[in-house]
Design a protein around this ligand. Structure first.
Ligand SMILES: Cc1ncc(COP(=O)(O)O)c(C=O)c1O
Length: 364
């Protein structure tokens, strides 16, 4: 007899290049331009690279991430007890699920959304449901329907992404704050992984509500995807609960050093994010000029309706260009494209036009 399996063990689907898949196309990681992961194409700043390379790796890292936590508290105008650093914001999503969910609990997701919310919820035995934005509404977040569900089901956890992945839409932070005030029995996990990817992010007021935890990623705007770094901001009680279920040493020494350096290098990071936003704006207008209809987005990635997203992804991959097939978001007609450097974006537009001419691509 096989050992009992706890629950749903399906493989998650994410962006980013998978070396095993690339090998099937006869490609190595260096042969591919990755438009599928929403990561700053200008990479970490030189000071951040130096800090990561200089980290002491012969001893255990600071489990409490003290220096980084203090710097983050200053950045956000909160106390150290209101910050928890994690191994990417993904870890913090899982900590929220492990700490707060039990079998049978209701979980609400503002969709379409990052797959880890549902995956983490299911593995605890909870029952996730999604309230989804639709293409017909321009992917506007369906906040009225979302609140109706909150009223009817009183979910234990509600996951919202702001700005949203994959739609690139923003919910007004004040509206989310009101929802949290009106539904105190639900813990709102507001995933702001992409907040720093905008030149001027909308910030919440500093005072954390007792039932809101905000997650931030330092892998996207700061280009630290391979190091893994994120953090949670929330009321001290919520942060203490998340910390109580965190595996020890999950944030390595190089990630802590890089994070600190990135905060010190904020001016340089802002310039790089502004360049990314400009590259995205240029890419969107080129895509539009080529006859396609990109979905408007507040972040440097956007949805594009292409018809058979899986087929289009494969055809582009053969040319060494990787886009995100959005079937796993429930959007099999869309790909998601994250802007890269201008010259790389130009290559993608040329390839899209070629694929379109071959007849595989739908134009609106
Ligand atoms: C909405 C959202 N949240 C969290 C993450 C995870 O980011 P991290 O690299 O910080 O774990 C992603 C990654 O794609 C994401 O899209």
């Amino acid at each position: 007899m096989m050992p009992r399996v706890r629950s749903d063990t399906s493989e998650p689907v994410h962006g980013g290049a998978d070396p095993a898949e690339l090998a099937r196309f006869g490609l190595g990681p260096g042969d591919v331009l990755d438009f599928s992961a929403n990561v700053n194409p200008f990479g970490p700043t030189p000071a951040v690279l130096r800090a990561a390379a200089g980290a002491v790796i012969g001893r255990y890292p600071d489990r409490g991430c003290g220096d980084l936590r203090r710097a983050l508290a200053v950045r956000h105008g909160v106390t150290e007890a209101q910050v928890l650093v994690g191994n990417g914001s993904s870890e913090l999503i899982w900590l929220a699920a492990v700490a707060y969910l039990a079998p049978g609990d209701q979980v609400l997701v503002l969709g379409p959304a990052f797959g880890e919310y549902e995956r983490a919820a299911r593995l605890t035995g909870a029952e996730p449901a999604a309230c989804r934005a639709t293409a017909g509404d321009g992917f506007q977040p369906p906040l009225a329907r979302f609140e109706q569900y909150l009223r009817e089901k009183t979910p234990r956890l509600a996951f919202l992404t702001n700005p949203n992945n994959p739609t690139g839409q923003m919910s007004p932070p004040d509206h989310l704050r009101l929802l949290a005030t009106r539904h105190p029995q639900t813990l709102f996990v507001v995933d702001e992984a992409y907040a720093d990817c905008r030149p001027s992010p909308d910030e919440w007021a500093a005072t954390p509500a007792a039932n809101v935890v905000r997650l931030r990623s330092m892998t996207k705007a700061h280009g630290l995807a391979g190091l893994r770094l994120g953090y949670a901001l929330g009321a001290g009680e919520v942060i203490a609960v998340l910390r109580s279920v965190q595996p020890p040493w999950s944030v390595n020494a190089a990630a802590q050093a890089a994070g600190l350096a990135a905060l010190r290098d904020a001016a340089e990071v802002s310039l790089s994010v502004a360049a990314w936003a400009a590259a995205a704006a240029e890419l969107v207008s080129r895509v539009r000029a080529a006859g396609f209809a990109p979905v408007a987005s507040v972040v440097p990635f956007f949805l594009l309706r292409v018809g058979d997203a899986r087929g289009v992804r494969s055809r582009l991959l053969r040319e060494g260009l990787l886009v995100r097939d959005c079937a796993s978001f429930g959007l099999p007609e869309f790909v998601r494209i994250s802007a890269r450097r201008p010259e790389e974006n130009a290559r993608l537009v040329e390839a899209l036009v070629r694929v379109g001419v071959e007849g595989g691509l739908c134009r609106d």
